[in-house]
Design a protein around this ligand. Sequence first.
Ligand SMILES: [Fe+2]
Ligand SMILES: [Fe+2]
Length: 336
Amino acid sequence: MTKAPTELAEEVREQVKDRKSYLGVIDRLNKASVDKHWEAYADIPWDDPEFQVVKNDPRWVLPPFDRLGETAWYRAQPPEIQAQIGLWRVATAMKIGLQFENLLKRGLLNYAYWLPNGRPEFRYVYHETTEECHHGMMFQEFVNRTKMPIKGMPRALTVIAQVAPWIPLVSTELFFVFVLGGEDPIDYVQRKSLKNGHIKHPLEETIMKIHIAEEARHISFARHYLKHRVPKMSPFRRRILGVVTPVILGAMARIMLSPPGPMVRHFGIPKEVVREAYKNAEAQGEICASVGKIRDLMAELGVINPVNRQVWKAFGIWDEPKARGAARAAGTAKAA
Ligand SMILES: [Fe+2]
Ligand SMILES: [Fe+2]
């Protein structure tokens, strides 16, 4: 019997006026990690007949409102190919997710290594690392069960990404921007898929619900850490943070929301179909929206200025903070 959460957890949102309120947030997050956590091999009924992963299962077929699912090419494929493409995409997202979280865990441990005794962040970072270990196990177990040759990030990117665990030794603030850059877009996509009724398979649904519940805490910690620390940064370090942030976010959101190259090659998806599904104003709007929360946070912290706003624009992830909906609608209207 699974203990997956029944409702989607929300983030802790508090103003961090002083150190006391910041410490209060960490206390609450620590307590929540003790009270509500899930283990990959204890809380997911992998052997339940309903939870088996079968590649031709029609529950993997992309719904008609999906950007790839709605193309004429996809709809013309036989049902088993439609199911395999759907499963491939889910599994690739999980593989990229577990690779990102591997980098994240190593970075968290590098950060915790140097913390002096008595620092409250130590305990929370260890809770987060423990939870991420279970996420990595559940994602990899899912990928294994597809029996498909799933690859994660493109190789060149994997090589560059090995720098990430060392970022906290240079700037902890930048490291937590990297954390949000990975976690926020994944969370955005997972919440949207669940809310839209996109998820039909109970194993995928269970994994997503567990992930959303625990990521709400990780995202909360990163946000409050930034709220607490960024105002204390020197003007020079702040300027650097302001320029590097949109570069990291733009690159990461694009990786997470792009079509997997091996899938395109394996199924021979024509270039025009890929362009129709992934390279249009609507897809760009989705990438832009997926970093909306962190863009608002950066604006709130006063990190965005007229110069680095051009970098956000160059990466196609700029929108007026707090009025995202209206601006996105305007973008879509223009594209139409
Ligand atoms: Fe995770
Ligand atoms: Fe996380």
